[in-house]
Write a protein that binds this ligand. Sequence first.
Ligand code: SER
Length: 586
Amino acid sequence: MNAIDIRNKYLKFFEKHGHVIIPSAPLIPENDPSVLFTTAGMQPLVPYLLGQKHPEGKRLTDYQKCVRTVDIDEVGDNRHLTYFEMLGNWSLGDYFKEESIQMSFDFLTKELGITVEKLSVTVFAGDEDAPRDEESASIWKKVGMPEDHIYYFGKEDNWWIAGEVGPCGPDTEMFYDTGKEPCSEHCNPSCSCGKYVEIWNNVFMEYYKEKDGTYSKLKQRNVDTGLGLERMNMLLQGKETPYDTEIFLPVMEKLQELATNDNLQSRRIVAEHLRSSIMIISDGGRPSNVDRGYVLRRLIRRMTRHLNKLGISLDELGNLIELNINVLNKMYPELNKNKETIKQVILEEKDKFIKTLSHGEKEFEKALLRIKNENKDKLDGQTVFKLYDTYGFPPEVTKDLAIEQGYKIDMDGFEKLYKEHQEKSRMGSEQKFKGGLADQTPETISYHTATHLLNAALKVVIGPDVHQQGSNITKERMRFDFNCDHKLTDEEKEKIEKLVNEWIKEALPVTAEEMKKEDAIKSGAECMFIEKYPDIVTVYKIGEVSKELCGGPHVKNTSELGVFKIKKEEASSAGIRRIKAVLIKE
Ligand code: SER
């Protein structure tokens, strides 16, 4: 069995149990521009978990492309991945614990053939916010889970929420026993020694966590499950790491063949970051200095550094990308279509990085001269950090170069600054998640509707071929990227602003209609990633001026938006312009 077999079995199994297979949403959230990447299967489904009717019904299943960046610096060990695929099934106010647990148990034991002895489960122990989940425990017993394989844990283990606010609830997690010796007499599934590996998480999502930390009941009781495909594949093949499976092996072996200075960790980093970069670029991501663009930049640069470390010529990178796309397109056929763009983006970023590195060397020489003149023998942590942060110069390289010239470096000082920086970026990504769809505020909803108006106005003022290329919304402002071959003139900007404000004044109704995807396209509805939508889609219309495929949510009437004001128009990347705008409420 390999990853594709597991994915197919999963989707077929849930289809047989009345679920509709929906397509994976893109890695870059379409209607949730305030989060970095799609990090879980439930993320694109938040509006439906909150009660909006899903066009495909109450039982859904899919595979979802996900990127989680919190652990980026851990990649290279035997388990952390930035890109991974999550298999999921959902009940939107339909079945609950009983059916969910029964289906998971049957899938694991009958479809995947895992014996009960290898399985353990955990359930929520209960606290002041929600009761002890004895119901799930007794269902597990009923389906055939031995009592001593059922564990109770608190919120830190058995409660799931995306970020700080939003839909959430107790979960039951399933674990696979690798057969390793217990690390102590207390070894259990919550232990990180590696004996138990989490394979599936069923969240019984019936609560909503408010900003003030209190919980209320959702309109409906949902089930949200997630199964990590790479991990399951590794376990079923009896492998120690995902790098030993067909997903990574061809690239890992090629790297070994090319390396003149082989080391396993660097090969894993290259293989992992190459795969993530390919997937992100294919879904529209581009390197930059902010947000998700910066994550992509870091992935490509770290990969380049480790290719260097392995002693592999960077001229090989093009072939490695081709090889990896050939491995991956069995699972993601869309990669073939985007192959040339993916190659171009990675190779250009690699070239930029090489230039950066050579600047870094100059900076290093200057710093060394300075400490020589000051009669010191140690490069301070601040300089080592600056070389790392600004010039992408790895501290171990700085150290080697310094030692060669008879100097030391303040590694402790560097580590301290590095940790502070990491803490800041961790907080930054958590902040991002907090701002996601789970946290729909009236402000972000207004901005979301305004992007549709701006999209329509651009078509009138600039031309019908202008389309949205991305957007980003916070409570304070909107950002909108579109294709355009020139800098907008003042006159064009004024016309756009005026048009949007006229539409706002006209108090146009915002309406949603479900229809077949092909009918939506025929009707001329605007859409960014047509192939990512299910067969039945929601089209949002704003009066007669805008028609877009979209998941919502939106304001009911444009009169709620306030006054639209363009703050800035600038280049985003080649052929792409960016407008920053605000809505001023009167
Ligand atoms: N949302 C849950 C998770 O990500 C289950 O899918 O683990």
